[in-house]
Design a binder for this molecule. Structure first.
Ligand SMILES: Nc1ncnc2c1ncn2[C@@H]1O[C@H](COP(=O)(O)OP(=O)(O)OP(=O)(O)O)[C@@H](O)[C@H]1O
Length: 365
């Protein structure tokens, strides 16, 4: 049985007014940063969120943590609808859901001592007497691999990796259950990235944390995630357990992303399907009709401009892989059975025709 999700986003939508280039006129256009996203985060797991820059990962994370109010849809945490939570309920959500941001330089006030930065959440939530707070902060520092004796130092006295540890300590101060890590290692040297990732994994095990892990770096996401959701232009196009996503990507966009990954060993021959995306990423102000990916999709057909062929497996333990669109050549396959990994070249013209003509049972409008 799949555990009851810790957080559920249903049909979440968030847009922003386009920043006008002139001061006098306000633009009526909006950036559709997140559009009709449904996603669940299960207790104890790491859900990876990947996609090109600007596809809406951070906006979705902020909607999930209620840093942003959503325009539409709902967010449920631990079974309770928190979409419109206010007051004490919202303060409770703030304690349970924390964020770690990308920029360990920009997110720390350079004029404040790290002890007081890490202890901020205690002050904001009125937790503990002064002496107690200092002890709690020093315990946190120790837990994330910082020297507690550096309590009175300023952020500039720490390296990049250490500053990210400060950010992690601050996020953990209130013992959250869900931590949303938004590109937590992207600003760090590669040699330091592994240390911070391993720290996050150790803390997850020690404290039973649940993570949403955002990155544009697929290898990093693969290393830490149990499941991965792939976003394109404000929408989630595929969700699957990590290794299944890498072994059997279904959506043409996921295939394109994975095919761009370098092979680990240059001496090993690389027989993977190469998918080169045509054109630029469309603007989220005026996204393409139908399937948003159709303008760049190597498998697009005429009807993709009108509608997204939504195909879903039934929700059970062994069928945990959902794609908004299957590779068109696979549309005729029975999704209940394991989908064989097919290379384009292995599909005959006849199979292609059959697949295109077939209407699978699972298809819903
Ligand atoms: N506060 C805002 N005001 C206006 N537009 C915004 C705002 N925040 C995000 N956007 C726009 O919404 C879209 C999605 O941005 P978002 O930062 O969520 O994407 P992302 O996938 O996290 O990108 P990145 O990997 O570069 O951080 C982008 O077009 C961005 O310019």
């Amino acid at each position: 049985m799949t555990a009851t999700p810790l957080l559920v986003a249903e049909h979440v939508t968030k847009s922003f007014p386009v920043r006008s280039t002139t001061l006098l006129r306000r633009s009526a256009e909006r950036v559709h940063a997140v559009d009709d996203v449904s996603l669940e985060v299960r207790p104890g797991e790491t859900l990876g969120l990947v996609g090109e820059t600007g596809c809406g990962k951070s906006t979705l994370a902020r909607c999930m943590s209620r840093l942003y109010d959503v325009d539409g849809g709902t967010v449920t945490f631990d079974g309770e609808d928190i979409t419109r939570a206010t007051g004490s309920r919202m303060r409770a959500v703030r304690r349970e859901v924390q964020l770690v941001f990308q920029d360990p330089y920009g997110s720390l006030n350079p004029r404040r001592r790290v002890g007081s930065i890490i202890g901020d959440p205690f002050d904001i939530h009125g937790i503990g007497a002064k002496g107690e707070r200092r002890r709690s902060v020093q315990e946190l520092m120790e837990r994330v691999g910082l020297n507690p004796e550096h309590y009175n130092r300023f952020p500039a006295e720490f390296s990049g990796g250490q500053r990210q540890r400060i950010g992690v300590a601050r996020a953990l101060a209130l013992r959250p259950r869900l931590v949303i890590c938004d590109e937590p290692v992207s600003a760090l040297d590669v040699s330091i990235q592994a240390q911070v990732l391993n720290l996050l994994l150790d803390l997850q095990e020690e404290l039973g944390l649940t993570y949403v892990f955002i990155s544009h770096d697929l290898s990093v996401v693969r290393h830490v995630s149990d499941r991965i959701a792939v976003m394109y232009l404000g929408q989630v196009v595929e969700v699957a357990p990590t290794e299944e996503l890498f072994d059997r990507p279904r959506h043409p966009y996921t295939r394109a992303l994975l095919s761009a990954l370098p092979v680990a060993d240059p001496d090993v021959s690389d027989s993977r399907e190469r998918v080169v995306l045509a054109g630029d990423l469309p603007t989220p102000t005026n996204p393409p009709s139908g399937c948003r990916f159709h303008t760049r999709c190597p498998k697009a057909r005429a009807d993709c401009a009108a509608e997204v062929p939504v195909l879903r497996r039934s929700h059970d333990d062994t069928a945990d892989h959902v794609a908004a669109c299957l590779h068109p050549l696979q549309r005729g396959e029975d999704l209940g059975a394991a989908t064989p990994q097919v290379q384009d070249s292995e599909i005959t013209a006849e199979q292609d025709e059959n697949a295109a003509a077939a209407t699978p049972e699972e298809e819903t409008p």
